[in-house]
Write a protein that binds this ligand. Structure first.
Ligand code: NAI
Length: 248
């Protein structure tokens, strides 16, 4: 049986760990070659060598907020694999604090990595994909935080809401060329990013989740796989929530 991403090449930013790495695993399992791009270049290289990626991944150092790094990423991906069919803007950071304590640099850093990084990635990916006969699929990582707003996350919630707007606007620009742009909106997912949460805060958050637990990176990866593959061939400018039913 044909695999969902057979013969396709995917770029995953922030791919060294967490959701990005789970996405890479899901993609390779469905036949893709994967470029793992991460600001932590050493971790990206190590991750690419993981046995479950079957020698079909490469790791590259890339800060998604820097356009030169994104240009280099495209060049490396094209040189190694000849095309870019899927691009996942997943890299992320948090710099949580209430507005009274949040510095301008904490705001700017989060916007730069999430919103500027996703825009740079979307622009670069679309430029390649629009000239390919079979187009391509871009998947952005938003967050439920961008929909409902989270306390202590005015920077992150702003960036993640912005990513929804970016997704919808870009989808309108590039649909004519067979390039689809969608987003996934995870809720609370167990990764390094959320491992820093205090136990009592975590328990409070879990009480708000209808499914009664945090999600796993692999569960987000399945939604990303759907949006990256032809299973979603008539879906663009859309957002899929993977949040256990959480709406607060
Ligand atoms: P993580 O912290 O486990 O992994 C993030 C990866 O991004 C790391 O490998 C890090 O080195 C890389 N990274 C950070 N800044 C970068 C930059 N400037 N350029 C390139 N790479 C960079 O995070 P996690 O949990 O896997 O999150 C992945 C995405 O999912 C993020 O966009 C995050 O905001 C989003 N998300 C995560 C949720 C969660 O509960 N874990 C919930 C909703 C959204």
């Amino acid at each position: 049986m044909k695999q969902l991403l057979e013969g396709r090449t995917a770029v995953v930013t922030g791919g060294a760990r967490g959701i990005g790495f789970a996405v890479a695993e899901a993609f390779v399992a469905e036949g893709a070659n994967v470029v793992l791009a991460d600001v932590d270049g050493a971790a990206a290289a190590t991750a690419a060598d993981a046995p479950q990626l079957g020698g079909r991944a490469i790791g590259i150092a890339c800060d998604v907020s820097r356009s030169n790094d994104i240009e280099n990423l495209v060049t490396v991906a094209l040189k190694k694999f000849g095309a870019v069919h899927v691009w996942v803007n997943n890299a992320g950071i948090t710099r949580d604090a209430t507005m009274r304590k949040m510095t301008e640099s904490m705001f700017d850093e989060v916007i730069a990595v999430h919103l500027r990084g996703s825009w740079l990635g979307t622009r670069a990916a679309a430029a390649v994909m629009r000239d390919q006969p079979d187009g391509g699929a871009i998947v952005n990582l938003s967050s439920i935080s961008g929909k409902v707003g989270m306390l202590g996350q005015t920077n992150y919630s702003s960036a993640k809401a912005g990513i929804v707007g970016l997704t919808k606007a870009a989808a309108k620009e590039v649909g004519f060329a067979g390039v689809r742009v969608n987003a996934v909106m995870p809720g609370l997912i167990r990764t390094d990013m959320t491992a820093v949460l205090r136990d009592d805060i975590l328990a409070d958050k879990i009480r708000e989740i209808p499914l009664g637990r945090a999600g796993e990176a692999e569960e987000v990866a399945q939604a990303v796989l759907f949006l990256a593959s032809d299973m979603s061939s008539y879906t663009t400018g859309n957002v899929i929530e993977v949040a256990g039913g959480r709406h607060t």
